[in-house]
Design a protein around this ligand. Structure first.
Ligand code: FAD
Ligand code: SF4
Length: 511
């Protein structure tokens, strides 16, 4: 047997047999390296289901590699970080050449670069072809823009990739965006019967991963009782087929709707498969376009879904690389309060927060509006320090990888970068949550009461936020309208709101 000359590193979120790491693989002199690092799940205290998903998907992928006769070093349960483990392995085997795909996470990319310098490695860091837009393309697009806005980037992506455009490059249906049609609440009586998403019973490999997680991370948050995530490409493809066949038709209209005991709504539940690279966004968009033809689906639904993948997903990734490491440190409003303890337990009296956090602890999943307008909205209004909020999101969702989590949390939900890519903070009072859900029906608070015992904390903190930021909001045309309603609240009531808010802010753990 010839000695190994080169390692091909495959990270836990790069699980594609046709991915760039395995391109031109030399079976005689190359070896695939995969590393399970225990501290990797501890630098934020990850949800048990998130750890189990990564481990199970990695182990299934390793099994595929072995079946295909790839030489493989699969390192289980390393007490070191990924890069320290890799370093040890390279020194041990005397290997000085490394192929890898650019890690999604900025920190890991820096660390691999440092390792390459330290060991004088010959390194080939290949582009991740699981995205439509490379970092370089995004940086070129951003370079001459005064304002970095999703809408213009998305239009460019539509034209460049010929998706929902006519031969002249105009949008199908005459408009680029059907967002206004995609914001409906469920009917008053509730969502009715929703086709449940396809779920996968744990096989032997998954069961072993679940046991390992329970034994190794006993004090981590979240439950493993409902673990039914796709852990292989075959399963991810099945989930995609099922979604386009049965659930896509109602995705658009009810995209923002929330309802108790309805954790998944009509959403696709594909983010973890996309982020682990079990699916390629191109095949997801292809499947959606095929379903549009087959079932004559509404353009608003199809456009609404494609905007998430071709628009937001690509856009936030570009922004992440453009703005790191600053993005992780920004704190525009200089908020310094600690994250309430109940974010980790769901034990709060606020029905909306209890439901969104409760399902998150159960499944490691909440949909976009729950993340943005419930848990995110509260964190901004409650003046929580962005780094603690971002750590929570990174820990608690099965699809959380920093390149997609951080821009959504710091940039979109918390406005921590002062509106680098959003025109104004996403804030709302209890009235919005009442309109979009049934949460308020079972809550001890009243969404339209602004102060006093019955007041909805979200409503009180919303008006308090506007009172505090009034001067600044009024100085900008983008936010001027947000404070208009303040004029309808008497000076005495504004004082009562501020006093009640101060009490809430100093007793956040008791809410
Ligand atoms: P669907 O609603 O069915 O949407 C389809 C797909 O579009 C998703 O699978 C996802 O790949 C993509 N998508 C939708 N919205 C976004 C978005 N804003 N940014 C990037 N991609 C998007 N998404 C993650 O994948 N990982 C995260 O860690 C993450 N953290 C978030 C944190 C906050 C505060 C917010 C507001 C959003 C976050 N999102 C994150 C985006 C979005 O909430 C999830 O992608 C979505 O809820 C996943 O569920 P789904 O697959 O059912 O998505
Ligand atoms: Fe949430 Fe306020 Fe409604 Fe209660 S009343 S569910 S806290 S929005």
């Amino acid at each position: 047997m010839k000695p190994i000359k080169r390692f091909a590193l495959v990270l836990g979120d790069q699980l594609d047999l046709h991915g760039a790491a395995l391109r031109n693989f030399d079976f005689k002199t190359d070896m695939v390296v995969m590393i399970e690092s225990i501290p990797e799940a501890q630098y934020v205290c990850s949800h048990k289901a998130k750890i189990a998903l990564f481990l199970s998907a990695m182990r299934h992928f390793a099994q595929n590699l072995t079946e295909l006769s790839y030489p493989l070093a699969y390192i289980k349960g390393s007490p070191l970080s990924i890069v320290e483990t890799l370093k040890e392995k390279m020194i041990q085997e005397g290997v000085t050449e490394l192929i890898c795909i650019e890690p999604g996470e900025w920190r890991l990319k820096q660390q691999i670069g440092e390792l390459a310098r330290e060991l004088s490695l010959r390194i080939e860091m290949r582009e991740d072809d699981h995205f439509y837009c490379s970092y370089q393309e995004f940086a070129e697009w951003a370079a001459d823009k005064k304002e970095l806005r999703l809408e213009y980037f998305y239009r460019l992506m539509r034209k460049r990739h010929n998706i929902l455009v006519d031969s002249q490059g105009n949008p199908e249906g005459g408009q680029w965006n059907f967002d206004q049609d995609n914001r409906k609440p469920y009917p008053k009586k509730g969502p009715g019967i929703i086709e449940a998403p396809v779920l996968f019973e744990p096989d032997l490999i998954t069961k072993e991963a679940l046991e390992f997680v329970n034994a190794t991370y006993p004090n981590h948050p979240g439950s493993l009782d409902h673990f039914q995530w796709a852990v292989t490409r075959t399963q991810a493809l099945e989930a995609l087929d099922y979604f386009v066949e049965y659930r896509l038709r109602n995705f658009g209209m009810f995209q923002d709707a929330m309802w108790t005991d309805t954790p998944f709504g009509w959403h696709s539940i594909l983010s973890s498969s996309l982020n682990l690279k079990l699916l390629n966004p191109r095949e997801v968009i292809h499947a959606v376009l095929q379903a549009q033809k087959k079932y004559s689906l509404d353009l608003s639904t199809v456009e609404g879904f494609i905007r998430q993948i071709l628009g937001w997903r690509e856009f936030v990734r570009g922004m992440y690389y453009l703005d790191m490491p600053k993005m992780a440190q920004d704190n525009y409003y200089k908020h310094q309060r600690a994250l309430p303890q109940w974010y980790w337990s769901g034990q709060t009296h606020m029905a909306c927060m209890k439901d969104a956090i409760g399902q998150t602890l159960q499944y490691g999943y909440a949909h976009h509006i729950q993340r943005l307008m419930v848990t995110g909205n509260f964190a901004l209004l409650a003046e929580i320090v962005p780094s603690e909020v971002c750590d929570w999101y990174l820990a608690i969702y099965v699809d959380a990888i920093e390149w997609v989590e951080l821009p959504n949390t710091a940039g979109m939900a918390l406005f921590a970068n002062g509106g680098r890519f959003t025109s104004k903070p996403y804030i709302a009072s209890g009235a919005y949550i009442k309109r979009m859900s049934n949460y308020c029906d079972s809550c001890q608070y009243k969404p339209d009461v602004r102060f006093g015992e019955k007041a909805c904390p979200i409503t009180t903190l919303y008006w308090n936020f506007l009172i505090k930021q009034r001067n600044q909001f009024e100085s900008s045309p983008r936010t001027k309208l947000m404070t208009a309603n303040l004029k309808r609240i008497s000076v005495e009531d504004q004082k009562s709101i501020s006093e009640h808010a101060e009490h809430l802010l100093t007793h956040l753990n008791e809410l």
